[in-house]
Design a protein around this ligand. Sequence first.
Ligand code: GLU
Length: 387
Amino acid sequence: MTTKIDPFTMARPELKNFRRIVVKVGSSLLIDSDAGEVRASWLAALAADLAKLHGEGRELLVVSSGSIALGRSRLKLPRGTLKLEESQAAAAVGQIALARIWSEVLGHHEIGAGQVLVTLQDTEERRRYLNARSTIAKLLEWRAVPVINENDTVATNEIRYGDNDRLAARVATMASADLLILLSDIDGLYDAPPGSNPDAKLVPIVESVTSEIEAMAGAAESELSRGGMHTKIEAAKIATTAGTHMLIASGKITHPLQAISDGGRCTWFLTPANPVTARKRWIAGSLEPKGTLTIDAGAVNALRAGKSLLPAGVIRVDGQFARGDAVVVRGPDTREVGRGLVAYDAEDAEKIKGRSSPDVMIILGTSGRAEMIHRDDLVIGPGGTFS
Ligand code: GLU
């Protein structure tokens, strides 16, 4: 990008231009922490906003938190931090209530709600990912609204999202949504801490998530939401990398989506104009690459020119990966060049690194594929700007 656009004056996108929208609603918006109950009139107003967008022919998905908070109040658990098994059990109780609430508020507008509970593995393993994706696609085809949360009851500490910001971003990319809206307790990203700096300005548009933007997020932590601004920026990276626009807006007001349509305050995170294919979107957004291939300068150039990665260009293999796993590709300077699905497991990759294609046949004794990562399985893009 050569022209620098002033984020404070450039035209922002409009909600009416989006077809498939994911709306993430945080616990602190949905649940009144004193009463421990759902903020019914606020939710009814949000449901009316959703119904309006739905009535205009848009496809909607909701990522809703609140299972732990609701479960906690229904079980009358004392205040204070819950242990993992306690929050999992609380989520089991709360999720039933949460699903019912969504079913009722959307049902009021004659919109069906479908509960979808996902774990990290469901979005990271391609087979499960494709399965979840086709269920969501079917719900949308039937004009129902998938209401999604992490399956907190079975997720384990090491392998869970924990925050619904990143989960929502992954779901948005999985569903090929063109917009993700994070309703938050803060109306957007500020260029300085808004609480302590009276000159802090809301950044209306972020063209790409640079280190400068990440630094702003660190400074402007939001106090209530689980993830804070940091996980929202992580979500922005996942979403925009994969071809989904994202925005952060305040959910504290009634009719928060209508407010966005009316030009209310928010921060837009833009995705590059050319969304990548669904497969590449999945590769680019992979949260848990299983290994790293370090490649030589010639291979870096070849990859940037759109070629596949051949074993000859690989100088180092790290990690324990199986065939088909996502791996990070780094240049000789260790900078990330891209990500891809590797065609060999770690052991074979180690044997054939640096070798010519005829050698590979001899070493492995098979006529496997010549590429270490085929160009169709490769997403190139340093600094998070995959294309
Ligand atoms: N999945 C959690 C819940 O429903 C919420 C995670 C979050 O607050 O981001 O309670």
